[in-house]
Design a protein around this ligand. Sequence first.
Ligand code: NAD
Length: 361
Amino acid sequence: MNFKIALIKGDGIGPEIVDEAVKVLNKVAERYGHTFEYTRVLMGGESIDACGVPLTDEAIAACRASDSVLMGSIGGNTTTSPWYKLEPSLRPEAGLLKLRKSLGLFANIRPAYLYDELKAACPIKDEIIGDKGFDMVIMRELTGGLYFGERKTVMENGVLKAYDSLTYDENEIRRIAIKGFEIAMKRRKNVVSVDKANVLDSSRLWRKVVEEVAKDYPEVTYSHMLVDNCAMQLVKNPGQFDVILTENMFGDILSDEASEITGSIGMLSSASLSETSFGLYEPSHGSAPDIAGTNQANPIATILSAAMMLRFSLNLDEEADAIETAVKNVLKKDYRTVDIMSEGQTLVGCREMGDVIAAEI
Ligand code: NAD
């Protein structure tokens, strides 16, 4: 079959890790008889340098014309890069926020899975992790809440005052809750909905709508948890979670916490989905400007994001399984990039990691 994929390489290590994901995708195409047609799309710092803005209308149109988008990461060193001297709406991250909104990418899925081979890199004590480890998915609402609410900074009575508003309507909550319960149906059928309903009105509405949606999924057990407790439970007993369903800012923070306990942010994929099968796939980490161009980046998060893309947008489950199995096999064979390296293992660079994974397909 023939698929159109928009490629956003982005900044920092972005181009290096996307090249490795493309290497693996091309191997999948060869092995399973598909054609992946790539269109290069500029976003973030590379788009600012080339076009003066972090995302052009043409770039959005090119993404829309594709079956899915595969992205590296965008942004530079936020202290030294000239991109961060620009006004906020012209900085690299503004491009990503605009793309998510323009493409209706409201559902962010981030798996956090502890590989047996990487248990040594997990910062949590063995007695907490146990034999089973953990395997969870964080389903985060991506286009509402505090990050998209009205904001302003004004002088009031001679004092500078900043306002950010947190709003959700019931439809925004319902559609993400449905995605959360749907994904739970394909997993261990458990949802923990995370909010701050003891304080926030938006969270009380969140809870009410989640309860309504839950009635349509009698096979799924669900419970509510306050966000502060969830932050604690993630390090106290991460094995209890299957699907964590939450709003934008809570999900931003909790998913970084969940990624940290897996041992390396370089391993974690993510998908941002719309109402249709269209989605944007990217690693959970940033553009790591500190190691850009050194061939040290771990490309696995991007390669696993490409696997998610095959599964969720292109409906190629067997091919997605092949990539995930290839990653597990190279870890079993002790190939490691520097971020996940322990004694006695074989150190490889970004390109070599791409090579060994492609060879396993
Ligand atoms: P980061 O994730 O880029 O880096 C944090 C640390 O993890 C660094 O030490 C880095 O070297 C390391 N690291 C990250 N990915 C790695 C990989 N694949 N392999 C090995 N090591 C890896 O976070 P940061 O330094 O806070 O942000 C850098 C830039 O990335 C900023 O401009 C930020 O805004 C941007 N950012 C972009 C996205 C995105 O594109 N979605 C997400 C987060 C941050």
